[in-house]
Every structure is written in structure tokens, then in C-alpha cells.
Write a protein that binds this ligand. Structure first.
Ligand code: BG6
Length: 508
């Protein structure tokens, strides 16, 4: 990871899916923020590619409107103008490699010549995953994929990267027939989050945590990614994916690996990813019995979120009325290595939870409380570090303190570090760092083929069992609650309990 290079390398970004949601909500605002903060080179251009036929001028007009809405610009500041001068568009049928890909080639040549940009191209695939291999093949066939004359060609692929082990392997193998692994950037937007990157600094930039970060001191770890929203307008995609596929082998496993990995020998891409991959390899695969015993699925029924009535999942748009898709999943993971043997990692994710909250909770073992025999059990405190990923990014250390008074009594207190309070507001979409890293050729925060496959290897047996044995109790949790009873039971039977964040309205 570079902390010295300030400006990205001169290049053209080619966005496939340029008229889509991701481009307007995330990619344009992220590029805008990078430019405003002085991280973009002058020799830069965007070529938008979409199915729609449109002139570059029309595309620029849309971009101005989108930047107003999603990047909070006035629409005519100097950076919007900067982008307009550098943005072009071409449209057509992605299957037609004669016309569309020839147009792209001509446009890239003209844009590079006119703006004195070396032929460094990075392609952003903001398109459905079933088109990844096909579009890449057409780029390569038209001579736009090969790195030559010192110019680079990089490809960013959005998730989902496959839908199980077999399809991920096939996609990797199709792409690796066309490209080198070093040209492939598999994006996981969780790695763009400041608090996720901070995990590396927190663990390895401080000397006080590492000595206790192991089975001798830690009782267990909890990773929660809870969302208040339902499936919104994405019912079509979500109903064929489900919570496990959508969140666990990607976002949640990033959090698990960064929490559990050994210190890398350096922060370069392969050193960090080698350590993450070792954790994925050490996670015990689920046998069919484990899938029944250590994995819980749920689907929301109608309920109330923030006091408002919300419909059941099966009543959402584009969702089958008898859908068997899970909107909640929790797993108990065992990492079979020296550091983590017998320390379970409990992970969970769900839609329509009481609050939006993602966190990693490191629960330490109990102190030998012999000195506090007279303190009621509920006041005995165990230490906990909570890393709040979002919102309210920060870190909390939970410990016991003496309650003032003549008798020695213990109470629980928190020591808080709040990102916002400390560093002020950082305007970010989470994509800035990832786009910048791609433009400087740093793949540390992107997934490697072996990591993607190792992740699918862990969860595919669960998906197989779940599809073979449909859930009989769906819907099994009310919207606005923390998931099905079985998820609480997963911890209860180990004598543990989920740390649930209290929704703001409830604390007020
Ligand atoms: C996406 C999932 O990858 O991540 C969505 O497909 C989910 O279902 C989203 O809502 C969550 O991202 P964030 O950054 O809001 O936690």
C-alpha cells in the first residue's frame, strides 16, 4: 500500500455500464473527490460505454446532474468543468464486437492523442457478472487488453464474483486465459472503508494489542453487518442470491481475515493477501452436519423499523411470493491455526434489522474474579474491544472500573475513539481509495483468485445443504428484530450472547 504517491498515473478509465446506478452514485463522485483533493493527473479521461446510443455531450449533461445529486457539487464548479473536458461516451450492443469495440478503439486512440495520454487503460466492469468474460474477451480480441510498450491495461470486476465455488473457478479460469492475474482487480467495496483499512494500522501499528490478540486472551469474536433496509429495488438479483452469497464470502470474510491474519512481512499487495488467504484456508469447511448445526438462516416477516410498518420479504417487488431465499445468515466459524484454535468467530448479516450497524467485537476472557466475590455477577465486567465499521466509525474499549464509594464495587465503563470527532468529516464514497490504487497499480485492497475461491469453498457446502433442504419455518423473524431465535441459540448453547447495538431511537 502506498502512502507516498499522491497523484494517479496518466490513464483513460473505460466504464462499461456507464449509464448505470453504480457509475452515477459511486464512481463519478469518487473520481470527483479524488480530483478535488489533487490526486488525479491532468492527462486523464473517461470513456463511458453503455447500451444506450447517446452523444458525449448528452452524457456530460447527465454527469453534471449526477454530480450535483451524489457528490453535492453546484454543477458548475471548476472540477465539474475539468471532468466535462475529459469525458466521452460511446454506446452499442455489448455482443457486437465489430461495431462497438471498434468505436471504443477509435475513441481511445483519438482521446489519447488529443490529450497526450499514454495508452494506459483501466476498464471498470459495472455490468452484470455473466457479461464479464464476454466483454473482456472482446476487449482483448480488439487488441485493447495486452500490456505493451510500457503501457498497462487493468480490469476492475464488481462483485458478485461467481455464485458458488464452481462458477467462481470457471470465471477465474476464463479471465486468466485472457489476462494476467496482475491485470485483474476484483473489487470489494468494504476494503475501501477507512475503518476497515484502519484494522491493519490498529493491529500492526500499535504494540499493545498484538501480544493479547490470540487464543490465550480472546474468548471469541463477533462480526455483525446489520442493515435496516430491505431489498429495495433489487429484489430480482437478491432473490436469486440471498444474504449468505451477497455478504459473507466477500464483505464479512474481508473483516474476518483482517482481524485474524498474521502480521504481513510488508504492506505490499502479495504479502497482505498471502496472510489473508492463509486464514481462509484455515477456516474449517462445513460438513453437511455443520451446515445444519453451525449455520442459521432467516427470512423477515412484516414488522416495524424505526416505528414504520414494513412488508414481509415475500411481499417485496420482484420477489417470489413463496420465496425460500434467506435475508439473514449467521455462522460459527472455526479457524484452525495456532493463534485461533478454540476461539469461535461468530458472523451474521441481515436485512431489516433494528439498526444499520457493522462492527467487529473482540471479546476477551474473564479475569479470575476471586477478588470480587461479593460483586453481583451482572456487574462483573469482561473486556471487549468494539471496532465500529459504520456508521459512527470508531473504536470502544470496554472495561471494569471502581464505582466511587467506601466499598469496592465494580461497574462497566467505555473508552471511546470517534473518527468524526477526531479527524473531522471526510467526504468519501469508499471507492476513492480503490480507484486510486488501481490507477497506481496497487492491488493490496483487491481480492486475488485464490482468495475468492477459498471463500466460496467455505460457504458452498452450506449453500448446497440449504438448497437441498428448503427452510420450513420461513419467514422466521419479524422485520426490525435481530434475526431468528436460532441465531441467538447458536451463541447461547456456547454460553455466549450477541452484542446487539441499541437503535438510536431506543436510546433517546
Ligand atoms: C452490497 C450488497 O455488496 O453491499 C448489498 O450487495 C448491501 O445487499 C451492501 O446492502 C452493503 O454495503 P454498505 O457499504 O452499505 O454496508
Amino acid at each position: 500500500m502506498s502512502d507516498t504517491q499522491k497523484t494517479a498515473e496518466p490513464c483513460v478509465m473505460v466504464i462499461f455500464g456507464a449509464t448505470g446506478d453504480l457509475t452515477k452514485r459511486k464512481l463519478f463522485p469518487a473520481l470527483y473527490n479524488l480530483a478535488k483533493d489533487g490526486h488525479m493527473p491532468d492527462n486523464f479521461a473517461i470513456v463511458g460505454v453503455g447500451r444506450q446510443e447517446m452523444l458525449s455531450d448528452e452524457f456530460r449533461d447527465q454527469m453534471i446532474v449526477n454530480l450535483k445529486e451524489f457528490a453535492g457539487t453546484t454543477g458548475d464548479d471548476e472540477w465539474v468543468k475539468w471532468f466535462c473536458e475529459r469525458t466521452f461516451y460511446t454506446g452499442g450492443d455489448f455482443d457486437d464486437d465489430k461495431k462497438l469495440f471498434k468505436d471504443i478503439k477509435d475513441m481511445l486512440r483519438d482521446v489519447c492523442e488529443a490529450n497526450k495520454i499514454p495508452e494506459n487503460f483501466f476498464y471498470y466492469m459495472a455490468i452484470p457478472p455473466d457479461l464479464f468474460a464476454n466483454v473482456t474477451q472482446k476487449i482483448v480480441k480488439n487488441g485493447l487488453g495486452k500490456e505493451e510498450n510500457g503501457n498497462w491495461r487493468r480490469f476492475i470486476f464488481e462483485k458478485p464474483f461467481g455464485r458458488d465455488l464452481e462458477s467462481a473457478k470457471k470465471l477465474n479460469s476464463d479471465l486468466l486465459k485472457l489476462l494476467k492475474e496482475s491485470q485483474i482487480y476484483r473489487i470489494d467495496h468494504y476494503l475501501g472503508k477507512e475503518t476497515v483499512q484502519n484494522l491493519l494500522v490498529f493491529r500492526f501499528g500499535n504494540s499493545i494489542f498484538e501480544p493479547i490478540w490470540n487464543r490465550n486472551f480472546i474468548d471469541h469474536v463477533q462480526v455483525t453487518v446489520a442493515e435496516k433496509l430491505g431489498v429495495e429495488l433489487r429484489g430480482g438479483y437478491y432473490d436469486s442470491a440471498g444474504a449468505l452469497r451477497d455478504m459473507i464470502p466477500n464483505h464479512i470474510f474481508q473483516l474476518v481475515t483482517l482481524t485474524a491474519m498474521e502480521p504481513p512481512v510488508s504492506f505490499d499487495a502479495d504479502s497482505v493477501r498471502d496472510e489473508q488467504a492463509k486464514i481462509l484456508q484455515a477456516i474449517q469447511p462445513f460438513s453437511p452436519e455443520d451446515a445444519l448445526h453451525c449455520a442459521v438462516r432467516g427470512q423477515y416477516a412484516a414488522g416495524r423499523v424505526d416505528g414504520d410498518a414494513v412488508p414481509a420479504y415475500r411481499k417485496e417487488e420482484k420477489v417470489a411470493p413463496d420465496s425460500n431465499t434467506e435475508t439473514f445468515a449467521s455462522l460459527k466459524l472455526a479457524i484452525d491455526n495456532w493463534r485461533w484454535a478454540d476461539v469461535p468467530f461468530y458472523v451474521r448479516t441481515g436485512k431489516r434489522m433494528p439498526t444499520k450497524h457493522s462492527s467487529i467485537v473482540i471479546q476477551f476472557k474473564k479475569a479470575p474474579f476471586v477478588l470480587f466475590r461479593d460483586t453481583p455477577i451482572e456487574r462483573l465486567t469482561t473486556n471487549r474491544i468494539e471496532i465500529h465499521i459504520q456508521p459512527d466509525e470508531g473504536i470502544t474499549l470496554h472495561f471494569g472500573a471502581k464505582i466511587p464509594g467506601p466499598i469496592v464495587k465494580m461497574g462497566a465503563v467505555d473508552m471511546d475513539f470517534d473518527y468524526l470527532e477526531h479527524f473531522g468529516e471526510q467526504i468519501s464514497t469508499g471507492y476513492e481509495r480503490l480507484l486510486f490504487d488501481c490507477m497506481i497499480g496497487d492491488a493490496t485492497l483487491f481480492q486475488r483468485a485464490d482468495m475468492v475461491e477459498a471463500s466460496w469453498r467455505i460457504v458452498t457446502p452450506i449453500l448446497d445443504v440449504w438448497s437441498a433442504i428448503p427452510a420450513r419455518d420461513f419467514p422466521n423473524y419479524e422485520a426490525g428484530t435481530w434475526g431468528p431465535e436460532d441465531s441467538d441459540e447458536l451463541l447461547r448453547r456456547d454460553g455466549r450472547k450477541w452484542k446487539n447495538e441499541v437503535p438510536e431511537a431506543a436510546t433517546a
